[in-house]
Write a protein that binds this ligand. Structure first.
Ligand code: HGY
Ligand code: MN
Ligand code: MN
Length: 412
């Protein structure tokens, strides 16, 4: 092993401290003090590894190692360092630390690659603050628009653009983050699996071949707030009842279409939100994922049909949909997958080809480059919760695999 387990542990523990909810899992939202402190730590670690460090126009941190051919396309390696609310310490940081440790190993072993290598720490991959994730990679690939910066808000009504400005970034320059097609040779990401398959298989690393497509849609149901005690049941325009029945329809449609399709309503807000008021407005999010685009569309159609059915014939009920994130299923590059498998084998590690049910920045980077995505096991398959955990030696196996592969890609 060329990587150092103690450095990996120290990085995870250091980043875990930049947390808004200590004792209740990790909460590190974008453009907050927790973000600033984590960015400072990552920047320092990158500098100590000999990298030239910059922050792009939307806040993603980029540490660059020059190659012998500065005009050669860049090999990129990294992940994100924001979190969900009350999440775990490995979702994202495991991949950022993979980059840090790879940079350290190449630097201390005097490896000078042909291709420049850029180590990446993306922001706002989870979308936990503004509702639209994969933000840093969407900015890099040109999928971000100024409409989003001006209209997507956090629970306090602060827009993404306002939060960027308060953080010291100029949202008007968001397009400066865009990287041109051809500029990047590969994007390699290590991530925890966040599910039970790899751990149950006993294999050391997962090599992702396909990442599911995602549609995350915001649904606003408008009804009429009324007194909960005096309004007869047949005279109500109850926005929550519409939302609840729609959530059940989404669940039933995902089960019906099969092919591993999933649908989740994980965020819902009832307004005004008092026990004795018939809900006048409900805003909720339907997250639909599948390796099949047709299945995603079928579930979305079922959601829309249910909303039409429930609001037709009641003039006081209406709904609106807003697409927050939509990505198609994405394939990892076969050559990169083979290199990852060869690296694992060379290290004496077993590997298996996998599907990713979680979205990752790599799936967005696939718009402009060839990607590789490596999984390490999650204990009990748990993630997006304080129980999220990966033993450091199991994480190190993945980091060694990526380090070996990044070096080969950058030197070939
Ligand atoms: O939602 C996801 O799949 C990822 O954790 N952002
Ligand atoms: Mn996540
Ligand atoms: Mn993640």
């Amino acid at each position: 092993m060329r990587t150092k387990l103690e450095r990996i542990r120290a990085d995870i523990e250091a980043l875990a401290a930049f947390n808004a909810t200590p004792g209740e899992g990790l909460t590190r939202l974008s453009f907050t003090e927790e973000h600033r402190k984590a960015a400072q730590y990552i920047t320092e670690q990158m500098q100590q590894a000999g990298l030239a460090v910059r922050t792009d126009a939307v806040g993603t941190i980029i540490g660059r190692m020059e190659g012998t051919d500065p005009a050669a396309p860049v090999v990129m390696c990294g992940s994100h360092f924001d979190s969900v609310k009350n999440g775990g310490n490995f979702d994202g940081p495991a991949g950022v630390i993979t980059g840090l440790e790879t940079a350290r190993v190449l630097h201390e072993n005097g490896v000078v690659p042909k291709h420049p290598i850029e180590f990446i720490a993306m922001i706002e991959e989870e979308g936990a603050r503004f509702g639209a994730g994969l933000f840093g990679s969407r900015a890099m690939t040109g999928r971000l628009g100024e409409q989003e910066l001006a209209t997507f808000t956090d629970p306090d009504g602060i827009t993404t653009g306002q939060a960027m400005r308060a953080f010291g970034l100029d949202p008007a320059h968001y397009a400066d983050a865009v990287r041109k097609k051809g500029e990047i040779k590969n994007f390699i990401e290590l991530h925890i699996e966040q599910g039970p398959i790899l751990e149950n298989s006993g294999d050391a690393v997962g090599i992702v071949e396909t990442v599911v497509g995602i549609k995350e849609v915001e649904v606003t149901v408008t009804g009429r707030p009324d007194h909960a005690g005096t309004t007869p049941m047949d005279m109500r325009a109850d926005a929550f009842l519409v939302a609840a029945k729609t959530a059940i329809a989404a669940n039933e449609a995902a089960v019906a279409v099969g092919e591993g399709t999933v649908a989740t309503v994980g965020k819902l807000e009832v307004r005004p939100g008092s026990f004795n008021i018939v809900p006048g407005k409900v805003v909720f999010y339907v997250d639909i994922r599948s390796k099949s685009t047709d299945c995603i569309e079928a579930v979305l159609a079922a959601v829309t049909a249910k909303l039409n059915e429930l609001t037709a014939g009641n003039g006081a009920l209406s709904y609106a949909l807003r697409m927050m994130v939509e990505t198609k299923p994405v394939q990892a590059d076969p050559h990169v997958c083979d290199l990852l498998a060869e690296s694992a084998e060379k290290l004496g590690l077993t590997s298996r080809r996998m599907l990713s049910g979680a979205g990752h920045d790599a799936m967005i980077m696939a718009d402009i480059t060839n990607i590789g995505l490596v999984f390490v096991p999650s204990r009990g398959g748990r993630s997006h919760c304080p129980e999220e955990w990966t033993d450091y030696d199991l994480l190190q196996n993945g980091i060694e695999t990526v380090c070996e592969t990044v070096q080969r890609l950058a030197c070939e």
